[in-house]
Design a protein around this ligand. Structure first.
Ligand SMILES: [Ca+2]
Ligand SMILES: [Ca+2]
Ligand SMILES: [Ca+2]
Ligand SMILES: [Ca+2]
Length: 259
């Protein structure tokens, strides 16, 4: 009898632990990067490789539901939805470049918050672990707008404010992800490779123009460790405690009447 009581007490405390702490966590790693000399140039050249999202590690049954690039820490930077200046041939709609197992029909892009955020929402469960995608879209004024690059076109020299891969880390742009199990997280980009303005200017004005190699880059590594957060005790937790309490009282009463 004592052994059985011990077992039921152990089961009760395990049930309470599960109710209080949620499911055990599962680790996931998603890496985003911005790589290249200029967002608009990348899109115009049809490379569409500037922005990358890769689902590096995670449980096989978890999918990426949505991801967001957020440049709101930069006061005047924006994803260009209107085609108002140089490099707007694709009208602001992101175009997928190289990807592994994800098609354009799997994803819907939205530009939100007056151009401050770009969100990709997965329409299917295609974005599983091991898969990645790249896309291109123009941005303007990300980073220091006060350092324009002089570009010679024919006999004319125009000032171009390019947005390099490093600019996204410099302004503290954010990357966030929501997974199919409901967990989400956010982390800032950090510069991994920078290139001097002089080298960029020399490259652009070379004949033929040359991109700096390796290209400027920022990276955001998102680690969702203990995926499920610890919720506050809920009504159902208290209900379970009450039921378990009633159960053990009934058992005690039965033990008394058995005697
Ligand atoms: Ca533009
Ligand atoms: Ca631009
Ligand atoms: Ca700026
Ligand atoms: Ca810039």
């Amino acid at each position: 009898m004592i052994a059985r009581q011990k077992i039921s007490a152990a089961i009760a405390s395990y049930v309470l632990m599960i109710l209080a702490c949620g499911q055990p966590g599962r680790a996931a790693t998603i890496t985003a990067s911005t790589t290249g000399l200029d967002t608009g140039g990348d899109a115009v050249l049809g490379l569409n490789s500037f922005f990358q999202v890769a689902f590096d590690e995670g449980a096989t049954d978890v999918r990426i539901s949505s991801f967001t690039f957020d440049i709101s820490p930069d006061t005047d930077g924006f994803f260009d939805p209107n085609g108002v200046s140089l490099f707007d041939l694709n009208g602001g709609v992101p175009t997928l470049g190289g990807s592994s197992g994800i098609a354009a029909t799997d994803i819907n892009f939205e530009i939100l918050n007056g151009g401050k955020q770009l969100r990709g929402t997965l329409l299917t469960d295609a974005f599983s672990v091991g898969r990645s995608l790249t896309f291109g879209i123009d941005t303007d004024n990300v980073g220091l707008s006060e350092i324009p690059i002089p570009v010679t076109i024919g006999l004319q020299t125009v000032q171009v404010n390019i947005d390099t891969g490093a600019d996204f880390g410099k302004v503290g742009a954010l990357f966030s992800v929501e997974l199919s199990d409901g967990t989400s997280s956010s982390t800032p980009f950090e510069v991994t490779r920078d290139v001097s303005i002089e080298d960029i200017t020399d490259g652009i004005n070379a004949d033929p123009p040359m991109e700096p190699e390796p290209a400027p880059q920022s990276v955001a590594i998102l680690k969702l460790d203990s995926i499920r957060s610890v919720p506050e005790p809920t009504l159902s937790t208290f209900a379970a405690i009450a039921i378990l309490g009633v159960g053990s009282r009934v058992k005690r009463n039965r033990l008394k009447s058995d005697r």
